[in-house]
Ligand binder design. Structure first.
Ligand code: F6R
Length: 320
């Protein structure tokens, strides 16, 4: 399947199902995964926090688990699209050692094998995609584990479907704007996860460096760097926010736009559109997916291969 087809397929990947995990009985949640599978944990964490979850939720990347993750009241979800990512396998091993309640999500691989061997619930998603193009499969599975309503998921899916042409066109336009420049994405607390997805999609699909910074923190450091006209002129700025961000954050978005304009920079400003926070997050994420795909083509790259990642994984598998 081509990258364009896989991106177009995102809404169709989002399917609601009754999973029947009783999330209310846990006192903490750890969402584990790396790269294209890790972002799913970030989105789920933001979604849970926005709906007012009363327990700590951590999106964890790396080996093992945080030291406080132990016992049956810790819910650990291990997500790896391939099922072979060593950090995620390590999370699973540690979660079992620490007696946590675990659910594993993958299209197969060792994660599925180990889960089956050890009596861990495994939720299977369709194979045949690159992990970052399987966001809808992984995210909807995890949100269903966490108890999302059917209507909320369906509405977010419909929002992507209905706006798919506008979204793709916006992505193409923005790709043209950032072509030749270092993309710098400024986000807000409610859009941080989107900015991170944009960065990683531009890295992997467009084979291009990109970075992001988040308000209000960026008003305490990043903005000072804008004084350097020589470096600034090599950057293309994108600013994104959610209508439900804190009012003072919104004020800071406006101030940031005016600071950039004073410096002669016209940023691309994007507001999430949709009925729910999830719908708005996915709307902005979807624009970014298209940006990264069109930017890749503009630079003459095939968005799909990630040769360096494959090389690193191969090297690691040879060193025990
Ligand atoms: C490749 C990609 C990578 C992988 C990451 C972890 O499309 O996006 O970031 O997601 O290397 O691999 P999985 O997802 O198989 O656990």
């Amino acid at each position: 399947m081509t990258p364009e087809k896989m991106i177009r397929n995102l809404p169709d990947q989002m399917v609601w199902e009754e999973i029947g995990e009783d999330v209310g009985r846990f006192s903490k949640i750890v969402l584990c995964g790396m790269g294209g599978s890790g972002i799913v944990g970030d989105i789920a964490k933001s979604w849970l926090e926005h709906r007012g979850v009363k327990i700590p939720v951590v999106s964890y990347r790396g080996y093992g688990l945080p030291p406080w993750a132990e016992g049956k009241d810790t819910f650990v979800i291990c997500t790896s699209y391939s099922g072979n990512t060593e950090e995620t396998l390590s999370n699973l091993e540690t979660a079992l050692e620490m007696n946590c309640h675990v659910v594993a999500v993958s299209s197969g691989g060792k994660l599925e094998d180990i889960a089956k061997e050890r009596g861990v619930r495994h939720l299977k998603i369709p194979g045949g995609y690159a992990p970052r193009y399987a966001l809808g499969f992984m995210l909807s599975k995890i949100l269903c584990v966490l108890g999302i309503d059917r209507d909320e998921l369906e509405d977010a899916k419909e929002n992507l479907r209905e706006n798919s042409h506008i979204i793709e066109a916006k992505g193409k336009d923005i790709a043209e704007t950032v072509y030749g420049y270092l993309p710098v994405i400024y986000a807000t607390p409610l859009t941080e996860v989107v900015a991170f997805r944009w960065k990683t999609q531009i890295n992997e699909n467009s084979k291009t460096q990109a970075y992001f910074a988040v308000l209000p923190e960026l008003h305490h450091n990043e903005v000072v760097g804008l004084d350097n006209a020589e470096v600034r002129s090599r950057c293309a700025f994108i600013l994104m926010f959610d209508p439900k961000d804190h009012p003072r954050v919104k004020t800071r978005v406006d101030i940031t736009v005016s600071i950039l304009k004073d410096l002669g920079v016209v940023p691309v400003v994007l507001e999430g559109e949709g009925n729910s926070y999830l719908a708005r997050l996915l709307y902005l994420i979807y624009i970014g997916d298209w940006v990264s795909c069109h930017l890749a083509m503009r630079y003459g790259f095939d968005p799909l291969p990630v040769r360096v990642i494959d090389r690193i994984k191969k090297r690691l598998s040879e060193i025990k």
